[in-house]
Design a protein around this ligand. Sequence first.
Ligand SMILES: C[S@@+](CC[C@H](N)C(=O)[O-])C[C@H]1O[C@@H](n2cnc3c(N)ncnc32)[C@H](O)[C@@H]1O
Length: 211
Amino acid sequence: MIESKVEVKGFEAKHYDFLLQLGSFRKYGRMLKNAIAAMNIQPDDAILDLGCGTGKNSCLMAEFLERRGRILGLDIGDEMISQFNKKCAAYPNINVEKKRIDKPLPYQNEFEKVFLSFVFHGFPDEKRNRILANARRALKDGGQLVIFDFNEFDPDSKPFWFRIGFKKVECPLAFEYITMDWKSRLREQGFDNFEERLYFMDTIRLLIAYK
Ligand SMILES: C[S@@+](CC[C@H](N)C(=O)[O-])C[C@H]1O[C@@H](n2cnc3c(N)ncnc32)[C@H](O)[C@@H]1O
């Protein structure tokens, strides 16, 4: 049974990175690199990558780490995990585990950063609170929650070609997500001191919030 709207399976999972690059008119790769560069990753950071997908993001983040830094990716998709293992095989300090991020996780005060890339919008609201609680618990004091996902925006204010693509591809949860005041929500969940960068006609945001 598919519970979140960001579960990716079959053909889509197998070719996920390629399809993303194609669907974004080849802009996604560069945007992602810019966003990860803006995370200010330190060489000894421990990073928890929730809903880590194919490992593309973790490999890019690993470029900023030295051996004493580490990344743990969590995902539920077998196809995604297998791609992650292949892609990140060259990095001894990156691992992936099959775990649901919308159920209680065992990590406590362990990570400098928790990264959520294009996964958070795809959950029903009560599960988003569970994910935020997991992230907050996993972070060390002063650690950063980094959400790379849709910004708050009105699709009708965007060019027609974007509107049509967005409405065709995205799920109802994404439409709800983009209407929400995420800084207020994050404040209620124990995060503060926001930093943000906007991309792709202000429809995508790198939002950093501190525990
Ligand atoms: C849209 S993809 C994004 C992948 C990656 N973060 C990226 O930016 O490329 C969403 C990912 O979340 C994973 N996912 C969906 N529901 C999940 C859950 N409940 N727990 C863990 N991972 C989940 C999917 O398997 C998929 O790999």
